[in-house]
Design a protein around this ligand. Structure first.
Ligand SMILES: CC(C)(COP(=O)(O)OP(=O)(O)OC[C@H]1O[C@@H](n2cnc3c(N)ncnc32)[C@H](O)[C@@H]1OP(=O)(O)O)[C@@H](O)C(=O)NCCC(=O)NCCS
Length: 176
């Protein structure tokens, strides 16, 4: 189950169908799509289909939020996909509109989600994958305390061709 999450400057709001147009515009932005394996969506229906598991209230494993400022203005999105219960783990992913890059917002959003994952959902491990060229996102993962655990060769079909992917993870005792 996902709840409203708060940081000093942000609110993470559970994703609803009303957010589809904003997420479509975000995913369609070429700078956001650069390291994204879904490519530029054709239209809002494509985005809605991609978001469908997170929009389905019956689906308890796909949790999505929008990242908004305190005025409720859409800035990006963040997700947590849960593995089967016995593993007590999940995988995060996130995107922020370029208008807001470089202000620590992604780092703050990821920290809030980790806090929720470990303290409210009682997870034991949270993972993330990132293209090896995605320096900004690598920095975000390392700033929140995630450790690089491996490199998967030519696994991401990016616009520019096959890319290697780093796998990152953080365990519950490692959260500051
Ligand atoms: C990755 C992304 C979410 C970062 O958002 P953000 O709000 O700018 O991130 P933050 O401001 O919290 O942190 C970015 C960090 O990267 C650093 N950075 C920026 N450009 C960099 C570069 N070329 N090389 C290394 N570090 C870089 C910043 O200096 C900052 O670190 P600092 O706080 O130590 O100075 C955003 O760029 C994005 O949405 N990208 C497109 C989608 C995407 O790649 N999602 C992640 C998929 S794994």
């Amino acid at each position: 189950m996902n709840s409203l999450l708060h940081t000093d400057r942000l609110t993470l709001i559970p994703l609803t169908a009303a957010h589809v147009p904003a997420v479509f515009a975000l995913h369609a932005h070429p700078e956001v799509a650069a390291f994204n394996t879904i490519g530029i969506p054709k239209n809002q229906s494509t985005t809605e289909a991609i978001l469908a598991p997170k929009l389905d209230p019956a689906n308890k494993d796909h949790l999505g939020w929008i990242i908004a400022n305190k005025q409720g203005v859409f800035m990006g999105e963040i997700s947590l996909i849960l593995a089967p219960e016995r593993f007590k783990k999940g995988e995060i992913s996130y995107s922020l509109h370029p208008d807001y890059w470089g202000n620590g917002f992604a780092t703050a959003a990821v920290k809030a989600l980790l806090e929720y994952a470990f303290n409210s959902l009682d997870l034991h491990r949270v993972e993330a994958g990132v293209a090896v060229e995605n320096a900004k996102s690598i920095r975000v993962l390392e700033k929140v305390g995630m450790q690089r655990e491996g490199r998967h060769r030519k696994i991401l079909p990016l616009k520019t061709g096959w890319s290697d992917n780093y796998s990152y993870a953080i365990l519950r005792p490692e959260v500051e």
